[in-house]
Design a binder for this molecule. Structure first.
Ligand SMILES: O=C(O)CCC(=O)C(=O)O
Length: 282
């Protein structure tokens, strides 16, 4: 199997849902034309990011009767023939009316292959900087998520989920070759932790990691960090960008995983007699 070309679409997201979907589609098609096999959209790519917006922009995820964003995502994947990690959208659960921050993953045939509801909600309080409480509006998901591709399995999680090492550790020990995170860090925690967390998840687990952010919009209520980034299993940055709209490409050589695990064999040196193997859970 040849290297996987991964593309992260750092989309400029605005207040018009349809315009966001049209713009996302054109970028996904452009990435496919540039040879991408897998394309990632940002967290909350169809709406501005903020608890005040989730209910207004929320959609049910029902492939039998697809709503606007679900139809658009399926068609984007099918028409560009890529695996599409469809960022996230605010999801409304039909039976309960509960809202979730949800990532859908689509096959090159346009079929829904995975759905991840953000499991760790973004509730933080940085005095004088940023207060954000997703849990005022959203419910957390209750499962970890992975999907299969011809290049191997990938774990998927959303933004704040990146801070919880167990998520990537469990995915890696269950055989995933990479973790994909649609995310939208901000101007406070972005410079502090975004790159550090991506490189940490990569070095701990000797896998690829990638996070895809919206572009920075100074007129929006939430100022995204941007800097969509791909990291290799040695924890080196493969590709990154600044905060403007952009597409970040990386060619993932899957052999690097075996190479680094041979050079630094932590996989065979773990001491499960001293601490539990978290990948055995769940
Ligand atoms: O963890 C952070 O600092 C940012 C997280 C975030 O923005 C999110 O979960 O949407």
């Amino acid at each position: 199997m040849t290297a996987l070309r991964l593309a992260l679409v750092q989309l400029a997201v605005g207040a018009q849902k349809t315009a966001n979907l049209v713009s996302a589609r054109s970028k996904v098609l452009a990435a496919a034309k540039a040879g991408a096999n897998m394309v990632v959209l940002p967290e909350c790519f169809n709406s501005p990011y903020g608890t005040q917006y989730f209910s207004q922009y929320a959609e049910e995820i029902d492939t039998a009767s697809p709503s606007e964003s679900i139809k658009a995502l399926s068609e984007m994947a099918r028409d560009s023939k890529v695996f599409l990690v469809g960022g996230s959208i605010p999801e409304r659960e039909k039976s309960t009316g509960d809202l979730f921050n949800t990532c859908t993953v689509w096959s090159p045939e346009g079929e829904l292959v995975a759905k991840h509801r953000k499991v760790h909600l973004f509730d933080i309080d940085f005095p004088g900087k940023i207060v954000f409480k997703e849990s005022e509006v959203l419910k957390p998901g209750n499962s970890l998520t992975e999907f299969s591709t011809p290049w191997g399995k990938f774990g998927v999680a959303i933004c704040y989920d990146m801070r919880f090492p167990e998520v990537a550790m469990i995915a890696a020990r269950r055989g995933c070759v990479g973790m994909i995170y649609p995310g939208a860090f901000n101007q406070t925690t972005g410079p502090l932790h975004w790159e550090l967390l991506l490189r940490a998840r990569a070095v701990d687990n000797q896998i690829f990691t990638a996070a895809c952010s919206p572009a920075l919009d100074r007129s929006a209520t939430y100022h995204a960090w941007g800097h969509s980034t791909i990291v290799d299993p040695y924890a080196r940055i493969v590709a990154t960008t600044s905060d403007a709209e952009d597409i970040v490409y990386g060619d993932l050589d899957l052999d690097l995983i075996g190479n680094v695990r041979q050079a630094v064999p932590v996989y065979s040196q773990r001491r499960f007699d001293l601490y539990p193997d978290v990948s055995a859970a769940g």
